[in-house]
Design a protein around this ligand. Sequence first.
Ligand SMILES: C[S@@+](CC[C@H](N)C(=O)[O-])C[C@H]1O[C@@H](n2cnc3c(N)ncnc32)[C@H](O)[C@@H]1O
Length: 260
Amino acid sequence: MDDEDVPFITTPDRVTVAMLELAGVGPTDRVLDLGSGDGRIVITAARRFGARGLGVEIVPDLVARSREHAQRAGVAGRTEFRVQDLFDTDLSGASVITMYLLPEVNLKLRPRLLALAPGTRIVSHDWDLGDWQPDRTLTLEVPEKAIGREKLSRLHRWTVPARLAGLWCGAQGTALRVVQQFQQVSATLAQGGEQQGFSGRVDGVRLQLLGAGAAAWAATAGADHLHIDAASAGLPLQVGQRLRPAVDGRCPAATADAAG
Ligand SMILES: C[S@@+](CC[C@H](N)C(=O)[O-])C[C@H]1O[C@@H](n2cnc3c(N)ncnc32)[C@H](O)[C@@H]1O
């Protein structure tokens, strides 16, 4: 008896295609299916979407079957199947993660999913990730579905958000305090005793915020900075400026803006 945390139930083919479309899979993607069963998600990602793929599966017979299917589908060179516990799997090489697991397994994986590179897409068949709201949910009628009375499949998609919470420092004593809950962001921009509040969301590395009146700004998160892409007139932010994380929890009164 293998130690599976979820029983083997296949995602119907039409739903597999819808999952990969929802993730926006293309030839540059590396798809990782956690608990890959008979390999269908990874094989479809390679055959129909031109991606590379890895399936990890705890039941050895299913891994053997997946390799045979991949061979027959002509995608053995672009797919790999490993007998491996998904909880011991390094998730970091994937640009897309697919899952058809169970709610408690999803929740156990969630901290590791949230720590992935910003922009990594995650698609889950049927089960969500608790209070981390999906960016999109699709409901499909699936009369051929093997389980459930409803004969519906719900597909959820998330994009891993950049981690932005904390204090960021700009030129001339500008300080930005960011509070983040998954994709939802609120921010206070302060300069020279004046403060303005904003709220918005982060989509991968792209941050968009709106404040009172028509005040708005947008930024892209880099590894160690926030690059200002757009800012309304009158805000203490300039396009091209980079905000840096505060050191020791404080912004210097006038930080040199390293624009390069
Ligand atoms: C519901 S099936 C989904 C199969 C496939 N991903 C699909 O959508 O058609 C879940 C799969 O996860 C595998 N599994 C369960 N626990 C696992 C674990 N800890 N590590 C790896 N695979 C696991 C099961 O053996 C099963 O094949």
